[in-house]
Write a protein that binds this ligand. Structure first.
Ligand SMILES: NC(=O)c1ccc[n+]([C@@H]2O[C@H](COP(=O)([O-])OP(=O)(O)OC[C@H]3O[C@@H](n4cnc5c(N)ncnc54)[C@H](O)[C@@H]3O)[C@@H](O)[C@H]2O)c1
Length: 448
């Protein structure tokens, strides 16, 4: 049945393309011109994705850090691609980049606090926008970007790569075929020991010191301050993105409310003392961020979601996914599932691997060799490809502004809930009711 629906979708999709007006066909075939704002470590990953393709030209890059610009330029040379125009010198140099008329799309990979203004002005300049995760800081930021997108009839996609993780997509495939029955409860999160990312020696990105802020390098320069001043789920999108796709959030379903709980804060302080000594000036910094922040979300269609943010303690990496419905359950930590009537074992976990193989998503089946060597186990290829193909076709991106806003707004809402003594707070409907009519277009076939 799954095969049939994918075949049907692919046939419909290709039939759709064959009746496109010739101008759209041209748009589909031409190369697109890209500009990058922020070519730090993540921006360089995306840059490499662009350089590996033959349907994208990188015509402009912008950053305020000479070292990052140097690394990006070196990469461009290594790929034998023409040197782009460089915009630098002040924190608003990107505004000059947005004046380039022929620029089709802008990719933003800067510190979180810059995303909202950069997204808004890129939309106003009528560019397709891809932004790295987090749409803004405050709830108002999120509303402002949504408004700019609507007013300019724009397209904005948040580059949430975990939506394209191979096992996650296979599970999505199974969900869409009803293997888990009706979904009831999903879990996910960001459970990643970031202590050596939040602190470094100011020269190398990972560890080697306990500096942050002006003395830190890469993410330690800006990300750590969010742990000093904010207490909430600071990085919800890797966990919520895949879960939201399975639940059709903003496409017939929506988040209704959430409440968050934070533990006390110990991990970051202990790390500084352990690695830098009790007399290091950073040993006196008070971190607002609780080490483990747990958020419960209620959805319109009656499902619940549990999200965890856990980045300050020694622990192996795990996004902690769990997908549970009336017929079965999958958990990624033990790489196991159980499906009533299908699993050979009775009430026992079964290795998920054969199922993940059998239900491998058509996108992965088709593009796994292209994705080879791309960041984060290949998923970076898919998220970049989805954006580029949408720009080429001048069509909607598979994850849209309302997804970006809803997923990213979990942060300010969780801060609010914790501030209010774990009160349940209402989730705004950024879509203004459009969620009732919109259909999910994420990964419906093997195109992009
Ligand atoms: N999806 C993922 O897997 C993933 C992985 C890593 C980072 N990220 C996200 O990517 C984004 C960037 O993170 P990073 O790791 O590259 O950080 P980074 O610090 O290495 O890079 C940020 C870059 O932005 C530049 N910048 C800062 N202010 C600027 C301005 N006003 N104008 C132009 N450039 C400016 C900095 O100089 C730096 O080069 C963040 O949103 C982060 O959360 C996502």
């Amino acid at each position: 049945m799954q095969r049939r629906s994918f075949v049907k979708n692919s046939v419909l999709a290709s039939a759709g393309f064959s009746i496109l007006p010739s101008s759209s066909l041209f748009a589909q075939q031409q190369k697109i011109k890209l500009g990058f704002i922020g070519v730090g470590l993540r921006g360089q990953d995306h840059l490499e994705m662009a350089l590996r393709r033959n349907d994208t030209d990188v015509i402009a890059i912008c950053d305020i850090d000479d070292r990052m610009l140097g690394m990006a330029s070196k990469k461009i040379k290594e790929f034998n691609k023409p040197a782009p125009k460089i915009f630098t010198g002040d924190p608003y140099a990107w505004r000059r980049m947005l004046e380039i008329k022929e620029l089709d799309a802008v990719l933003i990979a800067t510190p979180w606090e810059w995303h909202a203004p950069m997204c808004i002005e890129s939309l106003q300049a009528k560019k397709y926008v891809a932004t790295e995760v987090m749409l803004g800081i405050t709830l108002q930021d999120h509303w402002n970007v949504v408004k700019a997108c609507e007013e300019n009839n724009g397209n904005l996609m948040m580059l949430e790569n975990v939506c394209y993780r191979r096992d996650v997509m296979a599970i999505l495939n199974m969900v869409r075929q009803g293997m888990f029955g009706e979904l009831l409860h999903l879990q996910g999160g960001y459970q990643h020991d970031l202590r050596a990312v939040k602190f470094n020696d100011g020269k190398n990105p990972y560890g080697g010191g306990v500096e942050f802020g002006e003395k830190g390098f890469s993410e330690a320069r800006w990300r750590t301050n969010h742990s000093v001043y904010r207490n909430g789920d600071l990085y919800p999108t890797h966990g919520i993105g895949p879960v939201a796709e399975m639940l059709n959030i903003n496409k017939g379903n929506r988040f209704i409310s959430l409440s968050s709980f934070a533990t006390k804060s110990r991990g970051l302080h202990n790390y500084i003392v352990e690695k830098g000594g009790a007399n290091h000036p950073n040993a006196s910094v008070q971190f607002a961020l609780g080490d483990i922040v747990t958020t419960n979300i209620k959805c319109f269609n009656g499902e619940t979601i549990l999200l965890q943010h856990d980045t300050n303690l020694p622990r192996p990496y795990s996004l902690g996914f769990r997908v549970q419905g009336t017929k079965g359950i999958w958990m990624d930590v033990n790489k196991s599932l159980y499906i009533e009537g299908v699993s050979k074992t009775n009430d026992q976990w079964e290795d998920a691997a054969p199922y993940l193989k059998q239900y491998d998503h058509p996108l992965w089946k088709k593009y796994s060799s292209s994705a080879e060597g791309a960041g984060h186990g290949g998923m970076d290829f898919f998220v970049f490809q989805a954006f580029v193909e949408s720009v080429k076709r001048r069509t909607k991106t598979p994850m849209d502004i309302y997804d970006a806003a809803a997923w990213s707004a979990i942060t300010p809402l969780s801060e609010q809930s914790i501030e209010l003594g774990n009160q349940t707070v209402d989730f705004p409907d950024f879509s203004g009711g459009r969620w009732m009519q919109t259909k999910n277009i994420f990964a419906m076939n093997d195109e992009y």
